[in-house]
Design a protein around this ligand. Structure first.
Ligand code: ADP
Length: 681
């Protein structure tokens, strides 16, 4: 029997390991089983080159829990270890890697994932004693037993063991009792070992017999040793991919399609990515990709490893080249990780392009479920944008699809305004904005249907990409103003008359306070009154609601324009009626106003010719007094106009009709409108 001290200076390294790895205690099982798998595969390799001539036999790795003895046992039939190997690997190498780990840990404070490299010694996180009984595959090898109770002291002695391989027995400490529960162990095995390449058995298959569950005597194998991503794409059919998808996500919907990754150089990467249906709510879709290292599960949070938008995809990535025992910030700057990242981005774009090229009809059918993902990628990844913008689709209000290039061709001629800006019209709700869509169509314009969660962000992005182009929602102004053409139209009402009508239409009520009255010289056949909302304001508000950092805009109240058409005969009629009905009242004010304006003009001119110090205080006061009188007169006029407006049924009816067309007339206002309509009939 050999006794010795493990070659480290720190007296009590195990308590330190326990403490540092606190949050991830459960990985000990993954580590032990990975070692068992490695040992098994090493033997397979040795056998395959003819250096091991015995029967391989059953290579299943057995995991068992003995609750009474408080032990977990992991047994493999791999290469095993000779006494020298045991000493070398467990006492010297493994221990120094534990030491390395602690060194590294000190620098990186917390964020550590996947403690590969610590391996075997992680078993001390949950045990107060570990025994290793092992017998090498080599001819005439003797079984040896290594025991260590958590201090740096170990013993190696001869032992009894029938067959080659290694048994690791953990004596679980009192703080780690959870790992003596079969359910807990099975859960861990399913999490980390589901796709390991060597069979893992835990307990026996059970069946229902004579009214109770009984053991069948058959080992219960927990893993699929040949998961789809390790097979050749040529050997897999569509059903196989779907079947594997359900193996990964038993509760998931069907996926749209998949990409099978297989890279050898300059890094190793395999995996299958699935495109799920994503209609809304990006957040809950994230983090479904599982990351493996040689079929050992590492993590299902891949942020930092793949670009953010790709975390919307599902599936598995397997790479031995992603450094796993480092912090996330280190990961992001790792050159392998960067290469992997851009490779995946490119593959995803290529796959989408293939589908678009080979089966556009299918691509269009799937577009609504894909678009959120694609748009997310286009907005956040320049490389992805470059590739995908060639076949990303726009859907119009007639449910027809176009690529950006196709669409530009269609609208170029008709929708370019007098400043040579190409205007993309869009609607976010075909029902609510029906009137506006129809107006645009009657001019021969096309209207896009953009109702997706990311569309506001996308059009902001597209405006920076597409030359001389702007996106404008159909209801953001009267269509003649949205796409301004050269022609200018005469107004049938003078500027003064329009000014007066502004007050007439400034009818106050709860919801109408948000209106700003403006005049737009439209054709006489166009609507007399229209309600619009500025594209800029609305977009900023929408972005702020989505957390786009525009909080200032989010807090502003909604404001709309009430656009009055001075060429419509109803509007002209109101104007005429105004001056007929209010002629005496207004003309008294008008004469007064005219006199005051002339006097003020005269005085202002005089003052302008003098230097400021030459104007006496009396003169200054006089001018101020006249200005005050004028403003009183103006206000008095305004009151007359406004009271005329609020007493005029046609004015109110026109405003209400415009509100109705914009889906804004509700409650009391709607019922007043209905009553008034009946009266007018
Ligand atoms: P790593 O696996 O990262 O090399 P470990 O501490 O887990 O580090 O293991 C150290 C070494 O001990 C392994 O490289 C291997 O040579 C040996 N070893 C561990 N477990 C077994 C096993 N079950 N069978 C054979 N050899 C093993």
């Amino acid at each position: 029997m050999q006794t010795g001290k493990i070659g480290v200076t720190t007296e009590n390294i195990f308590p330190i390991i326990k403490k540092f790895l606190y949050s991830d205690h459960e990985i000990f099982l993954r580590e032990l089983i990975s070692n068992a798998v490695d040992a098994t595969q090493k033997l397979r390799t040795i056998a395959s080159v003819g250096d091991y001539k015995e029967e391989m036999g059953n290579t299943t790795i057995f995991v068992s829990v003995d609750k009474k003895k408080k032990t977990i046992k992991v047994s493999d039939s791999g290469i095993g270890m000779t006494e020298e190997e045991l000493d070398k690997y467990l006492n010297q190498i493994a221990f120094s890697s534990a030491n390395d780990f602690l060194d590294k840990y000190k620098e990186q404070s917390n964020s550590i994932i996947g403690h590969f490299g610590l391996g075997f010694y992680s078993s001390f996180m949950v045990s107060d004693k570990v025994e290793v009984i092992t017998k090498s595959y080599q001819d005439g090898a003797k079984a040896v037993k290594w025991t260590c109770d958590g201090s740096p002291e170990f013993t190696i002695e001869e032992s009894e063991k029938e067959s080659r391989g290694t048994d690791i027995i953990l004596h679980i400490d009192k703080d780690s009792k959870e790992f003596l529960e079969e359910n807990r162990v099975e859960q861990l095995l399913k999490k980390y070992c589901k796709f390991l390449p060597v069979e893992i058995a835990f307990g026996k298959e059970k069946e229902w017999k004579d009214g109770k569950m009984v053991d069948t005597g058959k080992d219960k194998i927990l893993n699929n040793t040949k998961p789809a991503w390790t097979l050749k794409p040529a050997d897999l059919k569509d059903e196989d991919y779907q079947k594997f998808y359900r193996e990964l996500y038993p509760a998931g919907e069907e996926s749209l399609f998949n990409i099978h990754l297989n890279v050898d150089y300059p890094f190793k990467l395999t995996g299958i990515l699935y495109f799920p249906k994503i209609r809304s709510n990006i957040e809950i879709q994230k983090n479904k990709i599982q990351l493996y290292c040689n079929q050992v599960f590492v993590t299902d949070s891949v942020e930092g490893i793949v670009p953010e938008f790709l975390t919307l995809l599902h599936g598995v990535l397997d790479s031995p080249d992603i450094p796993l025992n480092v912090s996330r910030s280190y990961l992001q700057s790792d050159s392998n990780v960067k290469k992997i990242s851009s490779h995946i981005t490119k593959k995803v774009a290529d796959r989408l392009n293939d589908i678009f090229k080979n089966n556009r009809e299918e691509f269009e059918k799937k577009w609504d479920n894909l678009k959120l993902f694609i748009e997310y990628g286009m907005i956040t990844e320049e490389k992805f944008y470059e590739k995908v913008s060639k076949f990303a689709l726009l859907k119009n209000t007639e449910d027809k699809f176009f690529t950006y290039e196709e669409y530009e061709k269609i609208i170029k001629e008709n929708q370019t305004d007098k400043n040579k800006t190409l205007i993309y019209l869009y609607s976010t709700n075909k029902t609510d904005q029906y009137t506006y869509i129809e107006k645009a169509k009657s001019k021969g314009y096309d209207v896009l249907h953009l109702d997706g969660q990311l569309d506001v962000h996308l059009i902001n992005h597209l405006e920076t990409k597409l030359k001389d182009s702007r996106f404008v929602r159909v209801d953001s102004d009267v269509i003649e103003k949205i796409i301004q053409k050269e022609e200018s139209r005469e107004s049938k009402l003078s500027a003064d008359k329009q000014d007066d009508l502004k007050s007439v239409f400034n009818v106050k009520s709860k919801s109408r306070d948000i209106f700003n009255v403006v005049f737009e010289t439209l054709d006489e056949t166009e609507s007399p009154v229209t309600i619009t909302q500025s594209e800029f304001m609305r977009r900023m508000k929408e972005m702020s609601q989505m957390g786009g950092g525009m909080n200032f805009y989010g807090e502003l109240p909604d404001s709309y324009n009430l656009v009055v058409n001075p060429n419509h005969k109803l509007v002209i009629g109101i104007s005429d009626d105004l001056y007929a009905v209010k002629s005496t009242e207004l003309s008294a004010k008008d004469t007064e106003r005219k006199r005051l304006r002339e006097e003020i003009d005269f005085m202002e001119k005089e003052h302008k010719e003098k230097k400021s110090e030459e104007i006496s205080q009396v003169e200054k006061d006089d001018l101020e007094k006249l200005r005050k009188e004028l403003s009183d007169i103006e206000n008095a006029r305004k009151e007359i106009l406004e009271s005329y407006g609020s007493g005029n049924k046609v004015v109110k009816q026109l405003i209400d009709l415009a509100m109705l067309a914009n889906n804004m007339l509700r409650g009391e206002e709607l019922s007043t409108f209905v009553k008034r309509s009946v009266d007018l009939l």
